[in-house]
Structure formats: structure tokens, C-alpha cells
Write a protein that binds this ligand. Structure first.
Ligand SMILES: C[S@@+](CC[C@H](N)C(=O)[O-])C[C@H]1O[C@@H](n2cnc3c(N)ncnc32)[C@H](O)[C@@H]1O
Length: 170
């Protein structure tokens, strides 16, 4: 099963860093690709700078209108929102479908259309927090921690240390 993330509502003047973090989190937590409905080349550049050398084939795509991306997606569409049904209640069904997943996270106010287009509106706790936190927890529960065993081919490899830094070059 492949997991994709759709970031909607990126605000050019204030979301550069958080949208970059969404991409990095998607990649590090096992997703294949992140779609953006708003083109901000500073974000792509920033992601490239950080991930360059760390391997794998995570992709960033500017997909245009979110409604089209959602409608054309073949698989389960999951919108993360604090107003949705609790993760614990919905996760089993989402996991068991065996279908690819498109996980939507918002920025500013999310249009009501997104709630209608999604197959599942899922909350990660019913308090407002952050799209990065919601995404990380959702992906971790979905992959049950196994995402951290994924290999990023061709990249530098961190040799974990109790103190200090050790990296082996590819
Ligand atoms: C800072 S919030 C603002 C959301 C906005 N006020 C709205 O819901 O229309 C940005 C994004 O974080 C995610 N998010 C924040 N809290 C969440 C929660 N408790 N559960 C799931 N997702 C959450 C959602 O994807 C949301 O669109």
C-alpha cells in the first residue's frame, strides 16, 4: 500500500517552513509523495537542500486544484481534521481496506468541500494543534512504527550513537 500526502491551503507569506516540514515528515514517515495545490518553488528548493544526499525517491508534485487531485485519486482519501471521527475508531477500517491512501492536511481554514470529498474525516485528538503533528501521528499509527525500517537507497546512513554524530557515506 502506497501513501501520499496532499497539502492544501499553503499560505505563501507564512507557510514556507511548515510546508517544508510537512514534506520532510511525509518522507521520513513512509509516504511516497507530497502534492501541493499551491506552487511555492522556495518550498521545493528547501526540501531538496535538506534531503539531498539522504537517498530514497520521495517526490514533490504541484498538482493544481485539490478537488481534481482528490477526485482522481484511486484509494482511500483521509482528511485530517480535529472535527473528524477519532483515529482510534477509524484506523482499523482504513488499514484493512488494502487500498492506497491520500492523506490531506490543511493550513488556514479548510473549505467545507474537502470534508465532503474525503472518504474519512479523522481527528488526532479533538483539540487544535498542527498539521505536522497530526500527519506524524497518523502515519506512525498507520505504519505501526515500521516506517523507520524503510531504506532510503543511495543515501548517507546515520550510525546511531549515544553521543555525537556518525554518518556513513553511500
Ligand atoms: C492549524 S490547523 C487549522 C485548521 C483550520 N482552523 C480548520 O480546521 O479549518 C491546520 C491543519 O492541522 C491539522 N490538524 C490540526 N489539529 C488537528 C487534530 N486535532 N486532528 C487532526 N488534524 C489536525 C488539520 O489538517 C488542519 O487542517
Amino acid at each position: 500500500v502506497n501513501v501520499y500526502v496532499l497539502r492544501i491551503g499553503h499560505r505563501f507569506e507564512r507557510d514556507k517552513r511548515i510546508s517544508t516540514h510537512l514534506a520532510l515528515t511525509s518522507r521520513a514517515f513512509g509516504a511516497e509523495k507530497i502534492f501541493f495545490d499551491v506552487k511555492d518553488s522556495r518550498v521545493a528548493e528547501s526540501i531538496g537542500k535538506i534531503t539531498g544526499g539522504w537517498g530514497g525517491d520521495f517526490k514533490v508534485e504541484y498538482s493544481g486544484k485539490y478537488a481534481k487531485t482528490i477526485r482522481e485519486f484511486e484509494g482511500d482519501v483521509i482528511h485530517l481534521t480535529m472535527y473528524g471521527l477519532p483515529l482510534d475508531e477509524t484506523l482499523k477500517k482504513i488499514k484493512n481496506s488494502g487500498k492506497d491512501k491520500l492523506v490531506i492536511v490543511g493550513g488556514g481554514k479548510v473549505p467545507s468541500e474537502v470534508y465532503e470529498l474525503a472518504d474519512y474525516n479523522v481527528s488526532v485528538g479533538s483539540q487544535p494543534h498542527s498539521e505536522v503533528a497530526a500527519l506524524a501521528v497518523f502515519l506512525d499509527r498507520l505504519f505501526e512504527g515500521k516506517q523507520f525500517l524503510k531504506e532510503f537507497n543511495g543515501g548517507k546512513i546515520i550510525v546511531p550513537q549515544a553521543r555525537g554524530k556518525k554518518v556513513s557515506e553511500p
